[in-house]
Design a protein around this ligand. Structure first.
Ligand SMILES: [Zn+2]
Length: 281
């Protein structure tokens, strides 16, 4: 299935390009050379028209390659024709959405959402409460490896009925970390899973007292984990949320406020709300 291989390559390329945008949003001092090299390498054996189209799409949206879910393009929401869906399933060539021109693929792994409608229900929430909740504060994290720490946060999302399967979410989060680590300077990491089915953008916050090796720059330890589950339709919100979090928590004082609440989830929630009051709207 040659198309599947190209699609996987496009998904990886897309993640790297978004990671580059994230790093810039954080106005981090990390040199972008390593990311740029990976992007060039991954892009080098794509056909020129494909590469050009992906770059064009990415200038407009953070998603150039999107899954088909329930017969709909998750990029623009349009219902796709049976024949186009069959073409994508046959996977003999790359196919684009007839409406938004994003590349389409058929996901082998779909994270089901359950509770979103209750959580994001009638009452309009403000600020960070639109994306998270006190029950999604995982503090303190106790694991010693990326798998254990991400596993704790996936399990919490399952217990709180934000997702159906913690195991599946964990697999996807680890696959994403394998492309390029989401750890950045300042003991922060922004692990995430994109392209899930339905629901809203969901953020869990985990704080680790001692910190773990999560692939941070210069083997630095990571202590604060903003773990995000991102339905494709909310990708634009995701970049805004990420920019807001980055802006707030590149200040050492703001990070210290979260670390001081590592043992108390209620206190951690209050700190998160207070610190992001002006940056996450
Ligand atoms: Zn579309």
């Amino acid at each position: 299935m040659p198309n599947r291989k190209i699609i996987n390559q496009l998904i990886q390329l897309q993640e790297l390009i978004v990671a580059r945008m994230q790093t810039r949003a954080a106005q981090s001092k990390i040199p972008l050379d390593a990311l740029d090299r990976s992007i060039a390498l991954l892009g080098s054996d794509l056909a020129q028209p494909v590469k050009a189209h992906v770059n064009r799409l990415l200038q407009k949206h953070p998603e150039a390659v999107v899954p088909i879910i329930d017969e709909h393009c998750t990029g623009c929401g349009i219902q796709l024709t049976r024949s186009l869906i069959n073409d994508v399933l046959r996977a003999d060539d790359l196919h684009r959405c007839s409406h938004c021109a994003r590349y389409l693929y058929y996901p082998s792994n779909v994270v089901a959402r359950e509770r979103a409608s209750r959580v994001y229900g009638e009452k309009q929430k403000m600020g960070i409460a639109r994306f998270s909740a006190p029950s999604l504060m995982v503090a303190p994290l106790s694991g010693g490896t990326p798998e254990e720490v991400l596993g704790e946060m996936c399990m919490r999302m399952q217990q709180e009925s934000f997702i159906a399967s913690a195991d599946q979410l964990l697999d996807l989060a680890l696959q994403r970390e394998a492309i390029v680590s989401t750890a950045v300077h300042g003991s922060l990491a922004f692990p995430h899973v994109r392209g899930v089915e339905g629901g809203g953008l969901t953020l869990a916050l985990g704080v680790h007292r001692k910190g773990i090796h999560f692939g941070g720059p210069g083997r630095s330890l990571t202590r604060i984990f903003f773990f995000m589950v991102i339905p494709t339709a909310t990708s634009a919100f995701y970049l805004k949320l990420l920019a807001g979090l980055s802006q707030t928590f590149r200040e050492a004082e703001a990070r210290q406020a979260l670390l001081a609440a590592a043992g108390d989830p209620d206190e951690l929630w209050k700190k998160l709300v207070r610190q992001t009051r002006n940056t996450v709207k």
